[in-house]
Design a protein around this ligand. Structure first.
Ligand code: PMP
Ligand code: GLN
Length: 375
């Protein structure tokens, strides 16, 4: 019998495959269609000739760990120890998997806020713990009454994703104050903060768990260079946590991957000297504004987008179909691929919402919009 009876093919695989099959414009799976920065690819070409092709220390290449510490200090005024508090991971996905597997025990409960990204539940189920999925409010803010009702002595961890995929919502100061107040009653509960879109927050208004005095010492914060540097295929990210939690992650990491790709680590360490990730939001803010104005005359109704490279749209004025059927028809009849939002919920909602990825060249977005405004 399968250990994962509820786990089918990821929606990202399904939609990208179908987009390829029908040669549709792929605004479904989240990845940029423009090239990586030439400065980064030049660094790769240069360092590939050096002797950097063997295993690195298992928790990460020391210069990279040091530069991540500097970046964390610059971005959030948080001082972290490169050696005991940072772990380089094979993408955010491995950081999330490792944190859950290393810290959550059998019969624990982990709170997940729906709509939620798809890699959280499997590692929870694998340790025979229970994912407790609580729907966000209709505007994608946390439902504090429901969260508070779900907390009990078995609650081990709350997973936050901020800025939020798929909705593009960003947590406010008041959301954090509510969380901090609630957690005063649960001193043992940990936070897993998935902040992979930390540098794609419009108006630069992301509040990180790194800057919350009451949360940071009970949190594992996850980041992804894939998002920050337009290199999703490199699969490189990192986790930051206080040393007593990090030592548990490391015990597992050394037998899960041992160490992460050396070329990627050395290249990013050098690249971090010449880029400032906290200007990235300007680039994507222009893309968001451009995409939204291209769709202004369409029959889609666009929800607010405060961060990430995803735009959620309602098709309620266009069709009564469920969102999966609608996105499939969008590919076949109109040649544009998107992601249905219901797949991110445990209790399937039928809000007629779909997600477009706007991390694309302007010409890709223009071509897609030409098709979408005809619907
Ligand atoms: N969390 C969220 C919210 C994401 O959107 C993604 C996107 N892929 C990940 C985690 C995984 O990131 P990575 O590709 O670095 O594993
Ligand atoms: N995070 C990407 C998205 O939300 C997908 C990554 C993947 O395909 N696993 O579209």
């Amino acid at each position: 019998m399968s250990k994962f009876p509820d786990s089918g093919e990821s929606i990202f695989t399904t939609m990208s495959k179908m987009a390829n099959e029908y040669q549709a414009i792929n605004l479904s799976q989240g990845f940029p269609d423009f090239p990586a920065d030439e400065k980064l690819t030049n660094i790769v070409a240069k360092i590939a000739k050096q002797n950097i092709h063997q295993y690195l220390p298992f928790s990460g290449y020391l210069p990279l760990l040091e530069k991540i510490a500097t970046l964390t200090l610059r971005s959030y005024q948080r001082l972290v120890d490169p050696v005991s508090e940072i772990l380089v991971t094979a993408g955010a996905t491995q950081g999330i998997f490792t944190a859950i597997q290393a810290l959550v025990n059998t019969n624990d409960e982990v709170i997940i806020l729906d709509p939620s990204y798809d890699c959280y539940t499997t590692p929870i189920v694998l340790v025979h713990a229970k994912p407790v999925r609580i729907a966000l409010n209709a505007d994608f803010t946390p439902d504090w009454n429901a969260i508070s009702d779900a907390m009990n002595q078995r609650t081990k961890m709350i997973i936050l994703n901020n800025p939020h995929n798929p909705s593009g919502k960003i947590w406010s100061e008041s959301d954090f104050l509510q969380l901090e107040k609630l957690l005063e009653l649960f001193p043992e509960v940990l936070i897993l903060a998935d902040e992979v879109y930390e540098y794609i927050a419009f108006g630069n208004r992301h509040i990180s768990v790194h800057s919350r005095e009451k949360l940071k010492n009970r949190s594992i914060v996850i980041s992804s260079f894939g998002k920050t540097f337009h290199i999703t295929g490199w699969k490189i990210g990192y986790a930051i946590a206080p040393a007593h939690l990090m030592q548990e992650l490391k015990k597992l990491h050394q037998f899960l991957v041992f160490s992460v790709n050396s070329i990627a680590q050395v290249a990013i360490a050098e690249y971090l000297d010449i880029v400032a990730p906290n200007t990235l939001y300007n680039f994507y803010e222009e893309k968001r504004n451009g995409f939204r104005s291209l769709l202004a005359t369409s029959r889609f109704s666009l929800l607010p987008c405060e961060g990430t490279y995803f735009q959620v749209a309602s098709y309620a004025a266009i069709s009564n179909e469920n969102d999966l059927d609608f996105t499939k028809r969008l590919i076949v009849d109109y040649g544009v691929a998107a992601i249905p939002l219901s797949v991110f919920y445990e209790n399937k909602s039928d809000r007629k919402l779909i997600r477009f990825c706007f991390a694309k060249k302007d010409e890709t977005l223009e071509k897609a919009a030409e098709r979408l405004i005809r619907i």
